[in-house]
Every structure is written in C-alpha cells, then in structure tokens.
Write a protein that binds this ligand. Structure first.
Ligand code: SIN
Length: 512
C-alpha cells in the first residue's frame, strides 16, 4: 500500500486506542491538553465565562472543552499582541531563530502526543496525523533558519552623493484564521513565518480543532516565546465571524492571513479594506487532475490515490475534477476502482490499518451527499460507494463516479470528501479549456510522458501550483498559494516570510 500518509518523511502504524472520553492521559496527550485559551502568556477563560465542546468526528464523543470567546476577547488579545510587538520587533534575528529552533525541538519531542491530538479532534488516521506533525514541524524548522536570512538591499543611486538602502521590517500584529483540515501544519506555516520576521500573532483556530493550536502555545512558551508574542483565541462557529471582524478591522492589526473558503476569504478581504491591511489568503480550489493518452496510467492512478484520498478528500488541493483522455479512460477507471477496493480502509483514526477517517462533521457529509445526488441525477454512474458508510456518524464510503460532465455541481464546487469523479475528454485543447473554466486557480495536476505536451500544458494552466506526473505538492521548500479567486500571497519556501515584512526605502543624501 503506497498510501495517504502524506508529505511525510516517516510515519508509524496507527495504534488501536479505544478510549473516547476526553480523559486522554491513557493516550499520552494529557500534558498538552488545555481547557483555556492563551493570551499574553496566560491560560485564560472567555470574558463571558462561556465554553464549547470539541467533538471527536469519529465517535462524536467530547474530547475537550475550551473557552467560547468573542469580539471582546479578541480585542484584548490584539492589544496584548501590540504591546508584545514593541519588544519582539527589537529582538535580533538570531534570538528569534533560537526560540523557533527550541520550539521545533520540543514539537519533535512531543510529536506522538501532537499526532494523537490531531486524530482526536480531526479524525484523520494516526499515521496521517504523524505525517502532518512532521510536515508542520518542518515549517517551524524552516522559519528558524529563514529568520536569519531576511536581507535588506543597497541600490546604486543615480545621484553620486546619495545612497539608497532598503530595510525589511516586521509588519506588526498579524491576525490569523486557520482551518481544521491541518490543525498543526497550517498554524506553523503561517505563525512561524510571522514570528521569524519579528511580528506578533493573534490566531483563531477552527472551532473543530482548537486543541492542537493550544498545545502549540504550550510548546512555544516552553521554548522561550515571550508573553503576548503568540495568542490563541478560541470560539464556537457562531462567534467566529465577530472575531474575524475584529482582527480585520482593528487598527492595531497590520496583516491578516487566512486559509479557508473563498466565500469567507472575500468577506475578510472586504473587512480588511477599512484599515488597508496586508492580506494573505489561501482559499478554495477546484483542482483539475488530467490524465492524457500519453500518460503512464499506473503512475496516474497512484497519483490519484494520493491526491484524492489524502485526509479523506478534505484538502484544498485534492483532485476535484479528474479528466481522462478517451484513449485511456476505461483502463484508468478500472485500475482506479481496483486500487480503491484493495487499499482504502475506512474507520476510526486510531484503528490499525485504516487510512480513511471520518469527515469533519455532519455538514460535510451532507455536502458530499448533495453533490453525489446531483451528479447521479444528471447521468453520473456510481462505480464504487456513493453513500454514507455503514459505520454511521460522519463516515462516508470511498466513492468513484464516472461519466461526469461539467453541468454537475461536483465539477463547480470543491467536493471536500472521498469522491473521485471522472470525466472523459477528447483533445488537449479541450482539457485545458475545461481546466481553466473556473473562477479559482489553486492547484492542478497532469500526467503525460510527452515532453512537449508537459511544457505546453504546464504553461497554460491557470493555477498557483502544478503537479506534473506527481500527485502531492506539499513541502516546506516550495511556495504555497493560488491565483484568481484562490487567493493571494505565498506560504512556506524562501518567499513565505516576505508576506510578514515591509520594505522601507531609505535615501541618505549629502554624502559628498
Ligand atoms: C490545504 O488544504 O490548504 C493545505 C494542504 C497542504 O498544505 O498540503
């Protein structure tokens, strides 16, 4: 089995763990579990005193209870982050790098507990959660190194008595809103770039997965991160919008970074306009996954398994529109069906041997049901799956649909579930036209053994990231982000830290 552990250097097999209450001591995560939010270096309740429950999406049991904060709490956190910024921005790059390096070491030491926490609150298989922790820790390490490489510039002036200097300075307090599908890695990818640049952070994690965010605060504190430099405000779904609004409109916040839907991204962008903030948005995709007649079909099927079924299909870069040229269509569908039957095992994330966890919540299952119903009502054929799993709850069957056409809603919206939907095309031009006929442009993938075709297609696809004969793009070294309505800005790589700096141009005159 190739599978689905993703992006990852190493991963162990999942371990059967049956405890489903939130007493996690027996799973070895108790030390990192928190029932308070983290503001100004303190573990705090919501000002209102309210709390909400975090549920395990596999069992429905309560895995934690955290503060249900609102706009007032967010305002306090922003003010504390602003105070902390006054001294954090004065630290040397080496000091920040050393703290991030210790944070990395601690996150590596605690990797198993962090992974179990992810499986508890997100539901993904423990092996995939371990993979995510390795991936996420990679961003801590990377930014510990990048902190020391934020170079300015000296530009030759056309006036002989002048010198032009460029300084790169931290933007200030950064508001961050992170998703539930990678509760660890999406935080480290954003927050560690900000900290490395000398910014401070107020972060609102997804309501489904706040525990991983709080665990990271504990480790950052132990690593020596001063109070107020990183702050996490937790809230239920209903309060998320008011916290987002505070972060976007607060005059003390200078930058917003958000990963999530295009719909919410547009609201945050509008709100951020009132104070002309810098904004980074990693929004929805609708990834085409194109298999040309010239492809190695086995490699394309392997790529599909990885790209489609990672995190049970719940990533922004999962193959959404699988497009297969007519010469290899039947062979591809047959081989994909065989591999899915042999390799995909649905179940609780702690059960040994499973590689497909539940969807995050009931809403997510309903969405997948709606898309499959719409597709079949318009002529799609179910090859495998097609309904809720017998396990009940948030489990959905690994599904393969063929005879997909562009009128079906599953080609227009992100499926965000374990449904591979395959359409047939005739020519390269047609494939590119269909691939680009969408308002978003995050990732695309294609399989071809024809070198001239590889260059033609890669240059024409309207996306920020492109996998050629490769189904997984995630890595700390490469810039992550989209074009069109998939967002703006890049995360990771040597470019990621730029989003957290401002260039100041200094002209020194009179140097006779
Ligand atoms: C995402 O779904 O946005 C993130 C996926 C990744 O970083 O691999």
């Amino acid at each position: 089995m190739v599978l689905l552990n993703l992006g990852l250097p190493h991963f162990d097999k999942g371990r059967l763990l049956l405890v489903t209450s939130w007493k996690m001591a027996s799973r070895g995560v108790s030390s990192l579990i928190h029932d308070k939010a983290y503001v100004d270096g303190q573990w705090v309740s919501a000002i209102s005193g309210k709390t909400f429950e975090v549920l395990n999406p596999s069992t429905g049991s309560v895995v934690g209870v955290v503060p249900d904060m609102n706009a007032d709490d967010a305002d306090v956190a922003v003010k504390k982050a602003y105070q902390a910024f006054q001294s954090w921005k004065e630290t040397t790059a080496k000091e920040r790098s050393d703290i991030l390096r210790r944070f990395y070491d601690l996150s590596c030491q605690h990797k198993d507990e962090l992974a179990k926490l992810i499986t508890e609150e997100n539901g993904k298989p423990l092996s995939a959660a371990k993979g995510e922790v390795a991936y996420g820790n990679g961003f801590i390490e990377w930014n510990a190194e990048e902190a020391k490489r934020v170079y300015g510039d000296i530009i030759p002036s056309s006036v002989s008595s002048n010198r032009i200097l460029l300084l790169k300075q931290p933007v200030g307090v950064c508001g961050m809103i992170t998703p539930w599908n990678f509760p660890h890695a999406m935080i480290t990818r954003k927050a560690c770039a900000a900290l490395a640049a000398g910014c401070t952070v107020v972060l609102k994690p997804a309501e489904d997965t706040p525990l991983s965010a709080l665990a990271l605060c504990e480790l950052a504190e132990k690593a020596g991160c001063p109070k107020g430099v990183i702050n996490v405000v937790t809230s239920c779904r209903e309060n998320a919008a008011q916290i987002g609004k505070v972060l976007c409109e607060h005059p003390l916040v200078k930058k917003i970074s958000f990963t999530g839907s295009t719909y919410v991204g547009k609201i945050l962008l509008q709100q951020s306009a009132s104070t002309v903030k810098k904004v980074s948005l990693e929004l929805g995709g609708n990834a085409p996954f194109i298999v040309f007649d010239s492809a190695d079909v086995d490699a394309a099927v392997t790529g599909t398994m990885l790209c489609k079924f990672r995190c049970s299909g719940q990533t922004c870069v999962c193959a959404n529109r699988i497009m297969v040229q007519e010469g290899v269509y039947d062979e591809y569908v047959k081989r994909l069906a065989d591999r899915m039957k042999q390799e995909l095992v649905v179940g609780d994330g702690f059960t040994d041997g499973i590689n497909q966890g539940p969807l995050i919540n009931e809403r997510a299952v309903q969405k997948v049901e709606r898309l499959v119903k719409d597709a079949t009502s318009k002529g799609a054929q179910i090859v495998l799956g097609g309904k809720r799993h017998d396990k009940g709850g948030n489990f959905y069957e690994s599904t393969l649909l063929k005879n997909i056409s562009t009128e079906m809603t599953c080609t227009q919206e992100e499926i965000f579930g374990p449904v591979a939907s395959v359409m047939k095309f005739k020519t390269e031009e047609e494939a590119i036209e269909i691939a680009n006929a969408t308002s978003v442009g995050l990732a695309a993938y294609f399989y071809s053994q024809d070198l001239t075709q590889v260059f033609r297609v890669m240059e024409k696809l309207e996306v920020g990231m492109c996998g050629v004969n490769e189904g997984i793009l995630s890595t700390v070294q490469a810039p992550w982000g989209g074009v069109k309505e998939s967002g703006m800005g890049r995360e990771g790589s040597k470019y990621g830290i730029d989003d957290y700096t401002e260039i100041k141009y200094v002209c020194i005159g009179g140097l006779q």
